[in-house]
Structures are given as structure tokens and as C-alpha cells.
Design a binder for this molecule. Structure first.
Ligand code: SF4
Length: 211
């Protein structure tokens, strides 16, 4: 049944599996190619994008290790390299001296703006498909990702809007933020609701494609 064996790639599911594998190879190529230009490894690129778009509480070595799917020591090595390039700084949280917070420097922020379009070519190819194909692809990939997520093979990071823990505008006069996260039992400032969160759980009425 192995779809790697072309002689046995006779089922539709096998051909689709190989197609997804090839797309993942193309994405990895785009990361490596951009990395050559910017003198960054694919892991360093992912770390910079992570620090730009994840919610503040997760910008730690542990958070990065989880995002990259690597050990704490490996994530720390990635941060060391970015520190030497003066793109990231570390700081210790006064309330928890074991937690190292990571922050993008000005140079790191500038670098991320040059990395933001890495997947544009993939998106352009998808956008050129007929609407019905895009709808079907969206529905199918969403369903596959959800099952892979349930088995722990992939972690989905999404923003607050559409999360079942998100409570919109429940304390409008709170200076810390008008919204609330029931998962962390903490207020949310408006800008933070548009950042990625590893604890996101899609609400029932979340639009297809999210979660
Ligand atoms: S758990 Fe949900 S509501 Fe809370 S921060 Fe994460 S995405 Fe936002």
C-alpha cells in the first residue's frame, strides 16, 4: 500500500498522499531557498515568523520548541544563532526565573517583513483554481488536519476569533483589554486577539478553514 512505491500508487488516496508530500517538499524548498538569500536556516526562519505572530505568553524557548517540534536544547541553539545575528533578545520573567522570554529586535522585525511572502507562490497556485476546487480542497485539508491534530502529529495555531474560549467585549472598560480568554481566565487586548495561539479550540460556528 506504500504510496512511495510508484508501481503501487494506484489508489486515489495514495496519489493524493504523494501530491501532499510533493507540496510539502516545495514548501521546504522555498524556505531553504529564501534562507540562502537571507543567510538563515529554515528553523531560524520559522522561529522569526513564530515570534512575530504568536501571542506574547508563548514567546519562550519552550513555546518555540513546541512549535518547531524539537527539543528544548535544539530550540535554544536556534535562538543562540538568532541572538548572534542580533535579531532576537532573551529576558527572564521576574515572577518565574526559569522562563526565558524571547523578543524580536528591530533587525528581527525588519527581517520578518522580508520573509512574510515565502508561501505566496503556493497561495497563487491555489488561488488560480476554480472556486469549487478551492472549496473542496479547503474542506478536505481541514478535515485531514483535524484528524492528524487529534493524533498529535500537528499542532494548530490560530487567533482568538473563532475560538471557543474567546469572550468578546465582556469588560469594555478594563485597561488590560476589553475581551477575555476563558482558557487562561485573563483579559485580552484587541491586538492580541489577532495573534496565533496553540490553545485555540475552534467554536462550533467557526467558519470552514479555521481551526
Ligand atoms: S485559548 Fe482561545 S481565546 Fe484564549 S488566547 Fe488562545 S485563542 Fe485566544
Amino acid at each position: 500500500m506504500s504510496p512511495f512505491n510508484p508501481a503501487r500508487r494506484s489508489t486515489r488516496s495514495g496519489r493524493i498522499t504523494i501530491a501532499l508530500y510533493r507540496i510539502s517538499q516545495a514548501i521546504y524548498y522555498l524556505f531553504r531557498d529564501r534562507g540562502k538569500t537571507r543567510r538563515l536556516s529554515p528553523a531560524q526562519i520559522q522561529a522569526l515568523l513564530f515570534l512575530r505572530y504568536v501571542r506574547p505568553g508563548v514567546r519562550t524557548i519552550g513555546g518555540l520548541a513546541e512549535r518547531l517540534g524539537v527539543s528544548y536544547a535544539t530550540a535554544s541553539d536556534v535562538v543562540d544563532a538568532l541572538e548572534r545575528k542580533e535579531m532576537v533578545t532573551r529576558s527572564v520573567v521576574p515572577e518565574d526565573l526559569r522562563t526565558v522570554m524571547l523578543t524580536l529586535s528591530t533587525a528581527g522585525e525588519r527581517e520578518v517583513t522580508l520573509l512574510d511572502d515565502i508561501l505566496d507562490e503556493i497561495e497563487l497556485e491555489i488561488a488560480s483554481l476554480p472556486d469549487a476546487d478551492q472549496e473542496a480542497l479547503l474542506r478536505a485539508t481541514r478535515s485531514i488536519i483535524r484528524r492528524l491534530q487529534e493524533r498529535g502529529y500537528v499542532k494548530v495555531y490560530e487567533m482568538c476569533w473563532g475560538c471557543q474560549f474567546f469572550q468578546q467585549n465582556v469588560h469594555p472598560d478594563d485597561p488590560r483589554g476589553p475581551h477575555h480568554c476563558a482558557y487562561m481566565d485573563a483579559p485580552l487586548a484587541e491586538p492580541h486577539t489577532y495573534l496565533e495561539c496553540p490553545d485555540h479550540v475552534p467554536s462550533e460556528e467557526t467558519e470552514p478553514g479555521r481551526g
